[in-house]
Design a protein around this ligand. Structure first.
Ligand SMILES: [Zn+2]
Length: 295
């Protein structure tokens, strides 16, 4: 089994990106895993602090590791948006493969100081754990927003990116490049799309020289995704689109079986709905790549 770092390097060489999908129940895990296996591409599943609290940090790590070993398949686990070192250490000790250490709400220099400490502490537990740092403002909450925040003045500059990466030693950087967590109602309805600052991504990539993650990918224009990956994005996060599909699929399952109480008879439409979304995103992020051998 290749390491996540190797797979990211391979993706970078091939000009493709690894899809990151948030999960908080078995429906989502099944859907993401099935879609990735069908296309035979590596995949990241992530859980924010809230999602981890619901599922259990150690239990989900054991479950994903069991899937990886049982199917000899490159599924990796990320501790998404972790806001304290204590929560980060818990994820590292539980066996998470990577972490998004997010102190982007703090003043820039304080973010640098604490992220540097976290990189050292986390790597002392697991030297192979990839640590991602966050700068700029991309909003919070992977849900449906009624109005769009103005994030244009918090876009990441190449100077900030370089200074942050060199000072902290992070493996991965999450810049603010026009992306935003959550979706507007008009995006859920397919009437509007998010657009990205592609020249900024290319400049940050060249200056910072690390793996780049695009957060808040839900609702982004397909052509912008392709250009962003070509410009240096290595990981793309999708959450809200899955949550919308999860709800629709669940409602469908309940409607189709009004008198049913057996979960595994009600839930398949929810798995299928999420799987369709994941499959479409994986095809887009992976271009025409198909691993001849996934291991
Ligand atoms: Zn995010």
């Amino acid at each position: 089994m290749q390491s996540l770092r190797n797979l990211l390097q391979e993706a970078q060489k091939s000009g493709v990106a690894i899809g990151h999908f948030n999960i908080s129940d078995l429906v989502l895990v099944k859907a993401v895993f099935a879609a990735a296996r069908e296309q035979n591409v590596p995949v990241l599943v992530g859980l924010s602090e809230g999602e981890r609290e619901f599922v259990g940090t150690r239990p989900i790590a054991a479950f994903i590791r069991a899937l990886r070993e049982e199917f000899d398949f490159p599924i990796f686990l990320n501790a998404d948006h972790t806001h304290s070192l204590a929560k980060g250490l818990e994820a590292a000790k539980s066996g998470f493969d990577s972490i998004v250490f997010d102190l982007s709400a703090l003043p820039f220099e304080e973010n640098i100081r604490q992220t540097k400490q976290a990189v050292e502490a986390l790597k002392s537990i697991n030297p192979n754990m990839l640590v991602e740092g966050e700068i700029g403002d991309i909003g919070t909450g992977s849900e449906i927003h009624e109005s769009s925040p103005d994030l244009s003045k918090f876009l990441t500059t190449t100077e900030e990116a370089t200074h942050f990466v060199q000072s902290t030693g992070v493996d991965i950087l999450a810049p603010a490049v026009g992306n935003m967590h959550g979706m507007l109602r008009s995006m859920v309805d397919g009437e509007t799309k998010k657009h990205l600052d592609i020249p900024r991504i290319a400049a940050i990539k060249q200056a910072a020289g690390v793996f780049l993650t695009l957060h808040g990918g839900s609702g982004t224009d397909d052509a912008d995704f392709r250009r962003a990956i070509a410009a240096g994005i290595n990981i793309v996060h999708i959450n809200t689109e899955l949550r919308v599909a999860w709800r629709h699929g669940l409602e469908q399952g309940l409607t189709q079986h009004p008198d049913e109480v057996v979960p595994y008879k009600i839930l398949p439409p929810a798995v299928e709905a999420v799987k369709q979304v994941v499959a479409g995103r994986l095809r887009l992020f992976n271009g025409d790549r198909h691993f001849a051998q996934a291991t």
